[in-house]
Structures are given as C-alpha cells and as structure tokens.
Design a protein around this ligand. Structure first.
Ligand SMILES: [Zn+2]
Ligand SMILES: [Zn+2]
Length: 351
C-alpha cells in the first residue's frame, strides 16, 4: 500500500509498504479515506519529536482520520464491511490503574496512532484498529466532518473538564482547530453535564485570518496580541475577570495573559502543547486569585458525542476546514500548516 513516510526532519516521501492484516478477533481493517493534519503531526515533521517522544525513522504520522471498513475479525459485531467510520486514535489496555479509574486517556500502556514509540499513524491506505476504536457514522456526517471529530472531541472534553458555571465568561487564547473546537463545544446546547448558554466568548490569535474565522463562527470579540493589548479590552468589559480561560496556544505570553484575565476562583484550562520544556507563572497572582489549573490530555470518551452533535446539526464544524490536498501533496500540506500560510485552519488530505 501507499504510505507517507517521515524520513528525517522536514523530510517526507511517498513509499510502498506492506499492507497490515487482521490478527485478532476484534480487529477491523480500515481503508483510510481522509486525514486531518494536526499541530502535533507538524511538530514531529519539523522537530522530530514532542518532549520525550522522539521519532525513529522511517515513521508514519497522522491520527485524525475517516475510513471505511474493508474487512472485520470474527468477533466484530458493531461495524460491517463498507461502513464509514470515525477512528478513535487511542487504544487503551483496559487493565491498568488508569483504565480501571475510567482514565483511558492516561492509560499506562496507551497506543496512540502516529505517536513515536506507540505506533505508526494513518497517512497510508490501510490500518488495523480494534472494533472499540471504530465509530460508524451511519452516513449522518460527511467524511470531512468525520475527520474533524477527533479535534472536536478534545474541545468537548476540555469544556466538560472545565465545569463551566452558568452564564460564564470565557476566553480562548489560540484560535486554531483546538481553540475553535473549544468554542464550538462551549456553544453546544442542551446536553446533560454541559452548560446551557455560555456567552460571551473572547478569542485571540496571532494569525489574523483565524480571528476572522473565530468571529464568523460566533466569538463575541477577537484580538491579535501582536497588534494590541488583549487583556485590557476584555477586562474593560468584565472588570471582575473571566471565569474560564482555555489556553490553546502553548505560549508563555498566553499563560501570562490567562492569569491576568481570570477572576479569583477562575479556572485555567491548559490544552496547548508548548514547544519548550518548562513554563512559568506569576505565582503571587495565581495564588492570591486561587486559580484552578486543569491539564487536558487529548480526550476521554467524547467521540460519540462529537459525532452526534455534528449529525444533529447542533454543532457546525465545517468552517474549520480550509484546505484539501491529495496524498501525493502531503508535504505541501505540512509546510502550509507549519507556516500558518494562506489562512489555514484545518488542512485535510484525501486518499
Ligand atoms: Zn490531533
Ligand atoms: Zn490502561
């Protein structure tokens, strides 16, 4: 089968590799139809790793994908050949202490698609996944939407973990796919455990086009920290401070802005993956304000909900999709995303 191999830093090639085969009874052989380019994939492409996870070449990246079922193992009952599938990229062990506490996202034996040391990714024609990672769309959403379920599920999970109080004021620092997913999730209405009417939402980004996307998608206010102070205008509107800040940029500046923006007792939700090992906080402010810090590690159990919200029309995520490429053009797609060019938010690769 065809696969896109990372062969070095900023090096990629299309190659022929052996097709995977069904081995276990609950295995599903999936034909990949579409792949989303994620910031983490681009980290691997540009730097050869994220923190302690270092790429060994050749390596196949990619974890956001929509697929169709090509074959199933003997015990598979929930999906059948031909079904369109949202692929949950995390395979948990269901045996460790974390899994037993329903914390599959921090499973000690986690295998996540396209993660060094855990497994190759989905920028190839076929992969094998356990049935539990295959969520049929039943034709209720498009392949494009199916790809976006992965980042959107992270937004849903982050909003759930934040436990936003009623009528909260929210700021989202970083308006890429994850920041926009948090906005879409925060706006999602009428479900148990999720807020009813969360307004207004303030969003920032250094990429001007992304701010326009955020504005069009319903942000109450947008600001570019390279052009203006973003803390003052928000606090002018809400002198008591913001209730919840989602940090989706992974930058020291945004962490500092978050501490300034938050009201005492507010929550800082950390989602962005910094490219450096350590970050710092003005501890005096953080402590006096008694700010709650919540770290988000991908998502846990939100995939079906992502599909349902999109299928029912309660959430629209189509606005995130800005570019489409063929498999042969994967490197162009990665360069585009790496350089934040041409107003890119989510770039998709069609197989
Ligand atoms: Zn991702
Ligand atoms: Zn586990």
């Amino acid at each position: 089968m065809k696969a896109v191999l990372l062969t070095g830093i900023r090096q990629m090639k299309l190659a022929d590799v052996p097709e995977p085969a069904i081995e276990k009874d609950d295995d599903v052989l999936l034909k990949i139809e579409m792949v989303g380019v994620c910031g983490s994939d681009v980290h691997y492409y540009e730097t050869g790793g994220i923190g302690s996870q270092v790429v060994e070449y050749p390596f196949i990246v990619g974890h956001e994908c929509a697929a169709t079922v090509k074959a199933v193992g003997g015990a598979v009952a929930r999906v059948k050949v031909g079904d369109e599938i949202v692929v949950e990229p995390a395979v948990a062990c269901h045996e460790c202490d974390q899994c037993r506490q329903a914390r599959e996202n921090t499973c000690r034996n986690l295998r996540f698609l396209g993660t060094p040391g855990e497994g190759n990714g989905c920028l190839c024609e076929y992969i094998v996944m356990p049935e539990e990672c295959c969520f049929p769309t039943n034709g209720a959403i498009t392949l494009e939407q199916a790809v976006c379920c992965e980042p959107f599920a992270i937004g849903l999970y982050a909003v759930k973990q934040a436990q936003i109080p009623e009528n909260a004021k929210i700021a989202i620092l970083g308006s890429g796919p994850i920041g926009l997913s948090c906005m879409a999730a925060a706006k999602a209405q009428d479900a148990e455990g999720f807020p009813q009417s969360v307004v207004p939402i303030y969003m920032t980004d250094k990429v001007q086009e992304r701010l326009q996307v955020a504005k069009n998608a319903g942000a109450a206010w947008v600001g570019n920290p390279e052009k203006q102070d973003i803390v003052k205008p928000i606090l002018q509107r809400h002198p008591l401070g913001i209730d919840v800040v989602y940090e989706c940029a992974g930058q020291q500046e945004t962490l500092d802005e978050a501490v300034e923006l938050l009201r005492p007792g507010g929550a800082l939700i950390l989602i962005g993956a910094p490219r450096f090992e350590r970050v710092s906080f003005v501890i005096d402010k953080m402590r006096r304000k008694e700010i709650t810090l919540i770290n988000i590690r991908r998502q846990n159990g939100c995939t079906q909900r992502a599909i349902d919200l999109i299928a029912s029309g309660e959430v629209n995520i189509d606005f995130m999709i800005t570019h489409k490429f063929k498999l042969e053009q994967t490197q162009d797609a990665f360069c585009l995303v790496a350089e934040y060019r041409d107003g890119v938010v989510k770039a998709l690769i069609e197989l």
